[in-house]
Design a protein around this ligand. Structure first.
Ligand SMILES: Nc1ncnc2c1ncn2[C@@H]1O[C@H](COP(=O)(O)OP(=O)(O)OP(=O)(O)O)[C@@H](O)[C@H]1O
Ligand SMILES: [Mg+2]
Length: 649
């Protein structure tokens, strides 16, 4: 039964690009306020000031940018004005009495052009006058072009510098976050901070800030020019202004609302797409294609609807404003004509004024449109800073030490732990492993086996009790030293993009090629690697997608084999390997485990038989312990797991 549109929208909007989700079904816990270019910042002022703090060190360049912006805006205003003396000169040539009827500014600029024509070009003629005006105009525009060029280059260098720093800070922070953070946040949510959110900040710094500042300068500059050309006409334009402002804001508000829902619909479509692509095999296995097509249809329909509204309202602002400004223009020209007849304004003055009057509403539009981007960027910045403010993995304790050579005596003393407060996963676990011993954990799914290993290398810190290595509490050992001494084959394998050689060398970066090959042989990986197209130089892509599950595990074992750590943890290390290969590995594994304290977790009990001690975990408690024979003799849970028989009392 396909879900309805409300369910789909709610579920998929927040999980877009969440790589961990593979199947088309299952719960989808979306984090609050993730995704999309929408959203309102919670504390715009604080976020802005924090962003500004990133601009430190760019003060000189930013001042230069501002200066360039002012100069280029002013030059475009002056350039526009140069039309006035030219028109006035031409009108005066036809009707000499017009030469007297000019505003103060027109007269002054006209005199400058005249002085330039006669002084530099050496003639009083109309033609020379126009050439003089053109030369001035050209020079002014040239300055404008130059400053715009410098300004955009400088601004780019500032914005890219800031973005690079933010990206670096965020990545650095991610490397310092505890495992708990990654367990609690979907991959997609974290990724979208790197992509969407940072992109939004980039757009804001680069486009919006420039537009906002140049919009403001243009607005003020235009106003100054308008007032000095004719204050009466300026009053008329300003009187019309509230119509623009209110109307513009109204429409912008409507369009923003639709834009937000468009983004939400887009997020849902993307999320659904991604999940169907990653979960394609599962979809095929369960014949869910038709449901998927139907559900996608609903989402797609929804998106078309939202996009129509968003783009309609977004696109309508410009034309409406344009038409309204024509009314202002008509009134301006009418009143301007009367002023002209009365000698308060020349034809040139009226022409450039009508240009300015039209321009006047543009920066307002520009500013109101950019505000949406600015808010989206600030909301994005808030999400980025939120990650940066998350507590990193707790620093090493005061006086944490490097105990030097570790023999591998591991003790868990009455350890109690829960991932979330109030929900204990492990209860009063006590055990010891002497150096070189092999301890196995068996038990049903979800019993807490992996959790024990998570505690050993301090992915999580225990709530109660003590874990010691060679008698030292692991909380008193420097974390990097601790992890260097524990080689782990995790239950979920991961291979990085790179060659087979590089991937195995991840276990110990200073290992030679020979050592890597030796480790591969220990893990029984050598023969299959040699059969790969480029042997050890074969590139692995997408978490080793070009390998089989078992082959991936073998590479992970090789990685651990390369490490010289005295403690070894194997969590279902051979669960995907066939029994024959497993037996084959066993020999190598024995060598690997020799002289190392080893913790083995396996569902396949044949691999744990020869352990020094086997712990049977059930619901977070060790319910049975002993050697294989002892446990079988007990005829308890282990016996049940091993033989598949339940002993009747
Ligand atoms: N990151 C986590 N956050 C919260 N609870 C978790 C987390 N990881 C595991 N758990 C819970 O802790 C319990 C023990 O999980 P654990 O992974 O240790 O089981 P396991 O014995 O390794 O099982 P399996 O044999 O399936 O690997 C489970 O109930 C699980 O739901
Ligand atoms: Mg497990």
């Amino acid at each position: 039964m396909p879900r309805n549109i409300e369910q789909l929208r709610a579920q998929y909007n927040s999980v877009a690009s969440n790589k961990k989700q593979t199947g088309p079904q299952g719960p989808r816990g979306g984090g609050p306020g993730v995704r999309g270019a929408s959203g309102k910042p919670k504390d715009a002022k604080k976020t802005l000031s924090r962003l500004v703090s990133y601009a430190k060190g760019y003060t000189g360049r930013i001042i230069a940018v501002l200066l360039c912006m002012v100069v280029s805006t002013v030059t475009s205003l002056i350039g526009g004005y140069m039309l006035a003396p030219v028109i006035n000169k031409l009108t005066a040539a036809v009707a000499p009495e017009m030469a007297e009827k000019l505003s103060v500014l027109e007269e002054r600029v006209g005199n400058y052009v005249g002085a330039f024509a006669s002084g530099v070009l050496g003639s009083d003629g109309v033609f020379t006058y126009i050439v003089a005006a053109m030369i001035i105009l050209g020079t002014v525009y040239l300055v404008g072009v130059a400053t715009t060029y410098i300004q955009s280059r400088l601004m780019l260098s500032v914005s890219q510098g800031i973005i690079e720093k933010i990206r670096n800070d965020l990545f650095e922070k991610l490397q310092r976050l505890p495992v708990r953070y990654f367990d609690g946040h979907p991959t997609g949510e974290i990724m979208s901070r790197f992509t969407n959110d940072i992109d939004n900040i980039d757009v804001m710094i680069n486009n919006s800030l420039t537009s906002l500042i140049s919009g403001a300068v243009t607005l003020i500059g235009t106003l100054v020019f308008m007032i000095s050309t004719s204050w009466i006409l300026t009053l008329i334009v300003v009187a019309f202004f509230p119509i623009f402002a209110i109307g513009g804001a109204k429409i912008a508000g409507i369009s923003r609302k639709h834009y937000v829902s468009q983004q939400a619909a887009l997020g849902a479509v993307n999320g659904y797409m991604e999940e169907t692509v990653t979960g394609q095999k599962v979809i095929k296995v369960f014949n869910h294609e038709d449901e998927c097509i139907e559900e996608f249809g609903l989402l797609n329909d929804d998106m078309r609807d939202k996009q129509f509204k968003a783009q309609f309202w977004g696109g309508i602002v410009g034309p409406i404003m344009g038409n309204t400004s024509q009314i202002t223009l008509a009134v301006t020209i009418g009143v301007g004509g009367i002023l002209m007849i009365n000698g308060l304004l020349g034809a040139g003055g009226l022409t450039v004024f009508s240009q300015y009057a039209r321009q006047f509403s543009m920066p307002i539009n520009q500013i109101s449109q950019q505000m949406a981007t600015v808010f989206a960027a600030l909301a994005g910045a808030e999400r980025v800073f939120e990650v940066m403010d998350t507590d990193p993995e707790a620093a090493d304790r005061e006086g944490a030490l490097d105990p030097g050579e570790i023999k591998g005596d591991v003790r868990l003393d009455d350890v109690t732990f829960g991932y979330v407060p109030g929900k204990t996963v492990l209860k009063h676990i006590s055990l010891y492993a002497k150096p070189g011993q092999k301890i196995a954990f068996v038990g049903s799914t979800g019993a807490g086996k992996t959790t024990v290993t998570n505690l050993l290398n301090r992915f999580y810190d225990i709530d109660e009790g003590r874990i010691t290595i060679d008698g030292v509490d692991i909380k008193d050992i420097k974390r990097d030293v601790l992890r260097k001494n524990i080689a782990m084959v995790l239950q979920d394998t991961h291979l990085f993009t790179g060659t087979v050689m590089e991937n195995i060398r991840y276990g110990r970066l200073d290992a030679t090629d020979e050592e890597v090959i030796e480790a591969a042989k220990t893990a029984s990986a050598h023969s299959f690697i040699m059969r790969l197209s480029d042997g050890y130089n074969t590139m692995l892509e997408g978490d080793g997608a070009n390998l089989s599950q078992g082959q991936r595990q073998l590479l992970n074992i090789a990685r651990a084999a390369l490490s010289k750590a005295p403690i070894l943890v194997l969590d279902e290390a051979t669960s995907s390997v066939d029994t024959r290969t497993e037996r084959h590995i066993e020999h190598g594994m024995d060598r690997l485990m020799k002289n190392r304290t080893t913790f083995v977790i396996a569902h396949r009990l044949s691999t744990v038989r020869n352990s020094n001690a086997i712990m049977v975990l059930e619901a977070g408690e060790i319910i049975e312990r002993g050697s294989h024979e002892e446990l079988l003799a007990m005829k308890g849970r282990y016996y049940e797991l091993y033989t598949g028989k339940k002993e009747l009392d």
